[in-house]
Design a binder for this molecule. Sequence first.
Ligand SMILES: [Zn+2]
Length: 272
Amino acid sequence: MLNALSVDLEDWYMGLGVPPHKWNLCEDRIVKSTGKILDLLRGFDVKATFFVLGWIAEQYPELILAIKKENHEIASHGYLHKCVFNQSAQEFEFDLKKSISCISKITGEKILGYRAPCWSIRKKSFWALDILKRYDIKYDSSIYPVKFPFFGLPGDKRYPYLINKNLMEFPPSVIKILGKNIPFAGGIFLRMFPYWVVHKGIKLINKKKQPALIHIHPRELDENFSPVKYLSFKWKVFQTIRIGKTEDKFRLLLKNFRFGPIKDVFSKFCEK
Ligand SMILES: [Zn+2]
């Protein structure tokens, strides 16, 4: 079973209470931390989908070219890492269009996928899906089927599905325990759970003949960096807790499962 691996390509200070006008004041770590992910993926001969923030593409075009050179898929994570539910349809369209334009200008390729910052497509922001279709996006990966303070649509589907004509949805993987969807496959959840839980979660999903979707951020492999002077205590904990445990877990995942970019998982999935 081919599972999907995704990387949200943004730096540590994005979307966590540091407004965009202060981003230029923050220490850049993205080139180094992405290099670590690329080395690991190369070592295990795994390709992934990189959801690239347009702002990052504009600042680091060589980084995007380095990702492309290794044959990873490049998709959009918006331009300024703004939550969809905090934007008007017009603002969202502007942000999406800008991200697509500055990423595809670098890669020369069409963008097939989109992931909203902070999983911010919820019921009240479903209008965004029509806009994605208008920009010929073929799949979305923004709807987290869990209940969480900042995001989530509890009870939504757990596996890839056709959300409406010509647009697939690939939710981040969760497992159902006592009727509740429990996230385990990325971000703080991947960091918090021991490896065996993540392993078991993927096995359970694959047993149902469904692909799992894992996600990771470059900062989660940047264990020597502490953003303490920039972030509030809450955000520092959220962002860095058990960061030192991520690399070993990530290596084990790459060793024990088959992973590919989302577009490849979808093409296999649609063949069925
Ligand atoms: Zn993000």
